[in-house]
Write a new protein. Structure first.
Length: 170
């Protein structure tokens, strides 16, 4: 039944522990990169939660959904942080962002080759890597932050729809 959703308490407990640790360090801890990435990964739990609520089952697909959307969210957070740093003239580790995107694509391709996810799910991650490579070449300040936010939201939605499409094909 729906009790299967209680399994999501395990990763949520880990994220809560991270949050409490950061909160004890004050405002700077809460605004840290690691907290942002933990929030991105936590938000991705909505995908397996919806799947588990609909099916009443905990299957490998639930973990695959978290892998896909967690990776997408984390990479998106890194990219946005880089662009916002550029906008404010702050130093940013471009190589780390690029390597994270390459690792994200590698993770999804590896999961695809291993049969955990359809290989076609790697397509948006290839796009994310190309976008990160463009941003890593030099500062790319954002001229309109509000529009940038909406464009990033659209990118996340379109890539999510691509994932749904790929899963419908298999």
């Amino acid at each position: 039944g729906r009790g299967v959703l209680l399994w999501l308490a395990l990763p949520l407990a880990a994220l809560l522990a991270l949050y409490v640790t950061a909160a004890r360090r004050g405002r700077a801890g809460l605004r840290s990169l690691w907290m942002e990435l933990a929030g991105a990964a936590g938000l991705a739990l909505t995908a397996p939660a919806a799947y588990m609520a609909a099916t009443g089952a905990l299957t490998p697909l639930a973990a695959s959904l978290w892998l896909l959307l967690g990776t997408q969210n984390v990479l998106g957070a890194l990219y946005v942080r880089l662009r916002i740093a550029d906008t404010h003239g702050r130093a940013a580790n471009r190589t780390a962002v690029l390597l994270a995107h390459a690792a994200g694509l590698g993770l999804i391709v590896g999961a695809g080759l291993g049969g955990a996810v359809p290989l076609g799910t790697a397509v948006p991650f290839a796009g994310f890597l190309l976008r990160a490579a463009w941003a890593a070449r030099g500062p790319r300040p954002v001229p309109n932050v509000k529009r940038f936010g909406f464009v990033e939201l659209a990118v996340e939605i379109v890539s999510g729809l691509w994932l749904v499409f790929v899963y419908r094909l298999v």
